[in-house]
Design a protein around this ligand. Structure first.
Ligand SMILES: [Zn+2]
Ligand SMILES: [Zn+2]
Length: 257
């Protein structure tokens, strides 16, 4: 499985990359979130992505979704499908594709044999198969309804755990996933801002250490979603944890899991 974290800045790369928004592309064809997906590579490469799995409705995860849907439009009977929980799909319809922020692509698609997009409801606990990947959503602990995803092919599996505060179910599922090779886990605020992490339901490095202990498998822990403003401090605190399996995410370079 090839997993690429989409860069979200026009300057900086490698460990100095600032993550302003969230999007992940798996095997070039399935994406998780669309914070920056609409600015990724070329329109042709965006058009290879036929499925977008949304975690939740926050702007850093959906900001470029309207741009992406337009870029990926090929003018034939196939189109992009947006997958999300009922709450997230309702938000996309009401707050994005609403004839004000962007055209109502759903209404346009309903009366068109060349649709722009489809929406498909994700139900946590059920397994969905897309492009050879088995995908399962699991509820996380965030201020709006949010799911993480466990994604598996015949060789490996990865868990995408963001945005969330301390949580349990995803770790139980991860522990029951035989080929789990990596967990992409958030660490948003520095330790001294635990109060803000608590009200916004995110993790600090100390809380990451606590979460990682719930994982019984020796897998790579790849840290994402560091607030750019506090990046240096969060990275120093993460490195200070002394967890050998923990690494800071690299953007634009595919992970092979
Ligand atoms: Zn969020
Ligand atoms: Zn976020």
């Amino acid at each position: 499985m090839k997993v690429t974290l989409v860069p979200s800045t026009v300057a900086g790369s490698g460990p100095e990359h600032f993550q302003f928004a969230s999007s992940t592309v798996i095997n070039g064809t399935v994406a998780i979130d669309a914070g920056c997906l609409g600015y990724f590579c070329s329109p042709e490469q965006q058009a290879r992505v036929r499925h977008v799995l949304l975690t939740h409705s926050h702007a850093d995860h959906i900001a470029s979704l309207p741009i992406f849907v337009e870029n990926a439009y090929e003018g034939n009977s196939e189109c992009v499908t947006i997958h999300g929980t009922e709450e997230v799909l309702e938000c996309c319809q009401r707050d994005l594709f609403n004839e004000r922020i962007w055209p109502d692509f759903l209404a346009l698609s309903a009366r068109n044999d060349k649709p722009f997009l489809r929406m498909s409801r994700v139900v946590p606990g059920q397994t969905l198969t897309l492009e050879g990947l088995r995908i399962r959503a699991v509820n996380l602990n965030h201020v709006v309804p949010t799911v993480g995803y466990l994604v598996a092919d015949d060789h490996s599996a990865a868990a995408f755990v963001s945005d969330t505060g301390p949580t349990e179910e995803v770790w139980e599922l991860a522990n029951a996933t035989p080929n789990l090779k990596g967990v992409f886990l958030e660490a948003t605020f520095p330790n001294e801002m635990e109060w803000l992490a608590a009200v916004s339901r995110h993790l600090t490095p100390l809380q990451v250490a606590h979460e990682v202990k719930k994982l019984k498998r020796p897998v790579r822990i790849i840290i994402t979603h560091i607030k750019p403003r506090y990046q240096k401090q969060v990275i120093a605190e993460l490195q200070g944890l002394g967890i050998p399996s923990l690494e800071i995410a690299q953007f634009g370079v595919p992970y092979t899991l």
